[in-house]
Design a protein around this ligand. Structure first.
Ligand SMILES: C[S@@+](CC[C@H](N)C(=O)[O-])C[C@H]1O[C@@H](n2cnc3c(N)ncnc32)[C@H](O)[C@@H]1O
Length: 196
């Protein structure tokens, strides 16, 4: 079955360009700036390669992504040494192969985020780093609004607008070093470590 994002690949960069200019690109830079140079890095759901420009220097950098069409758009951007088609819920890598993993705007789309967190833990070395930049269910009055948006975003884009990604990560065996709540908590930049 084709991945949902296959049909968005051709227009993805154009649609996201205004958001990138409004600050998303700066948040990407900030997120990847948390990863120490020299780490063996795995990106989950690299999409059209929007993070390519911000990869730190690395002996091993792998961009993984479910949609083959998104990978085709990412390929010329050359962020990683390797591009791999892979489902984050079932990664084709061995235990402890990476020091750091990261994902931006991905955990909202993954059908079973707990499974993806378990896989991230498996392929990270003990104590390995996971950096996430994700839109999440915000606190306070905005929460119910996002519950409403979710009713539309799920069937249209397979995107969960009210996902509580940090809680799921903590329940899945990660501990938080830093959580930076941006845009009234709509976007979280999370620096997590595997407790393994
Ligand atoms: C909103 S896009 C974000 C792409 C990119 N990370 C960015 O920041 O621009 C979500 C991406 O997650 C990918 N994705 C969704 N489910 C996935 C899964 N189970 N495994 C790997 N990638 C997945 C989609 O194909 C899509 O490219």
């Amino acid at each position: 079955m084709p991945a949902v994002y296959d049909k968005y690949a051709g227009n993805y960069d154009r649609c996201f360009a205004p958001l990138e200019r409004l600050g998303l690109a700066e948040w990407r830079r900030e997120a990847l700036g948390l990863i120490p140079a020299g780490s063996r890095i795995l990106e989950l759901g690299c999409g059209a390669g929007a993070n390519s420009a911000f990869y730190p220097r690395s002996p091993l950098a792998v961009s993984s992504e479910l949609s083959i069409k998104m990978l085709e758009v990412a390929k010329p951007k050359r962020g990683a040494n390797h591009l791999v088609q892979a489902d984050a819920q079932s990664l084709p890598f061995g235990e402890g192969e990476f020091d750091s993993a990261f994902a931006t705007l991905v955990f909202c789309s993954i059908p079973d985020p707990s499974l993806a967190f378990a896989e991230a833990r498996r392929v990270l070395r003990p104590g390995g780093q996971l950096v996430l930049l994700e839109h999440v269910r915000p606190p306070g009055l905005l929460g119910p609004l996002f519950d409403g948006i979710n009713k539309i975003s799920r069937p249209l884009f397979d995107d969960h607008f009210n996902r509580e990604t940090l809680s799921i990560a903590l329940d899945s065996g990660f501990k938080a070093k830093k959580v930076d709540r941006k845009l009234l908590g709509v976007v979280n930049l999370m620096e997590l470590y595997s407790t393994k």
